[in-house]
Design a protein around this ligand. Structure first.
Ligand SMILES: O=C[C@H](O)COP(=O)(O)O
Length: 260
């Protein structure tokens, strides 16, 4: 087993159905044979209960493989008059182990600043959830050679509020905005360069955290580019959008991560 167990997390976004969850579990039973990859399903909140039930009823057929559930977002608040929001405690009650924080779609479309993201990170951990913290630069920022600056800012705000040791129980997902849902993935070299930058930034404060944190790549990952991306030394798997909605493709990505 590699130092860091690869993870393949499917972010369904506002897509999918209870039927997709059933299809996936049928395939998990035949294609996942061991714990060499951790698979995480992040369906819309309304389907968390369906996935939780499938996890429970399929415990035996999963046969030691690691399939877990995550949410796509949470409130930074514990409870109160926040219509439409879901707290970390509720997600924990619903059976989530992970929660995606700071996805670029939430930062861009719902006004989530790095400060709010840092508060959500804290709220997740307070309620026993492991945050999957998304960071990534826009196309113009990359063209202006400001990618590292943007990534450092997104990361540092969370570090300042929560401390580096909080990353002992966190996952980072590098998702360049120009690659999300565009069909244009980062090259393996581009991904490796950024993942190494993120790892080094954490290592400067804690070599232990730097070495152990899992950093996923997200942005137009498909079965045809995954092997090269996952083979990079600092890429520990993927956060998958579009391809997580096709059970055959998603399982193929899990199998690729198993042998990466
Ligand atoms: O969270 C997942 C990402 O935004 C990647 O989406 P994508 O695989 O559809 O590009």
């Amino acid at each position: 087993m590699a130092l860091r167990r690869p993870m393949v997390a499917g972010n369904w976004k506002m897509n999918g159905s209870a039927q997709l969850a059933q299809e996936l579990f049928k395939k998990f039973a035949t294609k996942l044979h061991n714990d060499s990859v951790e698979v995480v399903l992040c369906p819309p909140a309304i389907y968390l209960e369906s996935v939780r039930q499938l996890l429970e009823t399929n415990r035996e057929t999963l046969n030691g493989s690691l399939v877990r559930m995550g949410a796509q977002n949470l409130s930074q608040h514990d409870f109160g008059a926040y219509t439409g929001e879901t707290s970390g405690r509720m997600l924990k009650d619903a059976g989530c182990r992970y929660v995606i924080i700071g996805h670029s779609e939430r930062r861009r479309m719902y006004g989530e600043t790095s400060n709010i993201v840092a508060e959500k990170f804290a709220a997740a951990q307070k309620h026993g959830l492991t945050p999957i913290l998304c960071v990534g630069e826009s196309g113009p920022a990359r063209e202006a050679r400001r990618a590292f600056e943007v990534l450092a800012e997104e990361l540092d705000v969370v570090i300042e509020k929560n401390g580096t040791m909080a990353f002992d129980n966190a996952i980072i997902a590098y998702e360049p905005l120009w690659a999300v849902g565009t069909g244009k993935s980062a090259t393996p070299e581009q991904a490796q360069e950024v993942h190494a930058f993120i790892r080094n930034r954490l290592s400067e404060v804690s070599p232990y955290i730097g070495e152990n944190i899992r950093i996923l790549y997200g942005g137009s990952v498909t079965p045809s580019n995954a092997a090269d991306l996952f083979a990079q030394p600092d890429v520990d798997g993927g956060l998958i959008g579009g391809a997580s909605l096709n059970s055959t493709e998603f399982l193929s990505l899990c199998t690729i991560a198993m042998s990466a």
